[in-house]
Design a protein around this ligand. Structure first.
Ligand code: GTP
Ligand code: MG
Length: 193
């Protein structure tokens, strides 16, 4: 798929601000700092479109981007960042859960997991939820450039064992590894929606 155009539409802090119009949506999910915003920027070849940061918990709203005027990318807040207050954690969880469980436009969920580490309990929980609720999805192993080929192959094997019902794609926002594959999968999901 060629990205002909991409633009930021809006940040939503509650559901009345979700975009209207009924276009299909592709959502990016994963723990704080896993690389969601970087992945969006690298897919779109737009460096600063989605805000990235070394400070975990940067994306605190649901951010909508219009792609090729036909579908939206949705950058969801990250989960599992220990240093925010309990109340904020609850808000984030609620926002993401409300979106995931109630949004009819949601066509594809892309779950990001750090290629370097064991999945966290919240990674497991999210994957189980996607599988149980029969959501079209796959798992992306991010930051694959930080591993040797051997290490990466081992981590992908472990992830296949862990997330047996999900397809897994190795990705790097730095080198572009996995980009063509991911864009293909997104196109196919949007076409089927
Ligand atoms: P929140 O918005 O806080 O939930 O984080 P996020 O998931 O959007 O992560 P973000 O894209 O902001 O990336 C976090 C950090 O990881 C930044 O310092 C990025 O530069 C770095 N990073 C993201 N993807 C990659 C990658 O593929 N390779 C490498 N080496 N670093 C990456
Ligand atoms: Mg982000």
């Amino acid at each position: 798929m060629k990205i002909a155009s991409s633009e930021f539409v809006k940040s939503a802090f509650s559901r009345e601000h979700w975009v209207n119009g009924g276009l299909p949506e592709v959502a990016f999910l994963g723990r704080s700092n896993v690389g969601k915003s970087s992945l969006i920027n690298s897919l779109l070849h737009r460096k600063g479109l989605a805000r990235t940061s070394n400070t975990p918990g940067r994306t605190q709203s649901i951010n909508f981007f219009l792609i090729n005027s036909v579908f939206h990318f949705v950058d969801l807040p990250g989960y599992g960042y220990a240093r925010v207050s309990k109340v904020m954690k609850q808000d984030w969880g609620k926002m993401a859960e409300e979106y995931l469980s109630q949004r009819d436009e949601l066509t594809l969920s892309i779950q990001l997991v750090d290629a370097r580490h064991e999945p966290t309990p919240l990674d497991r929980q999210l994957n189980e939820w996607l599988v149980f609720n029969d959501k079209r999805h796959f798992v992306v192993a991010t930051k694959s450039d930080k591993l040797s080929n051997n290490e990466l192959a081992k981590r992908i094997r472990d992830m296949k064992a862990e997330f047996g019902k999900s397809e897994i794609v190795a990705y790097s926002a730095t080198t572009g590894r996995g980009r063509d594959d991911l864009l293909d999968k997104i196109r196919s999901a949007v076409e089927k929606s």
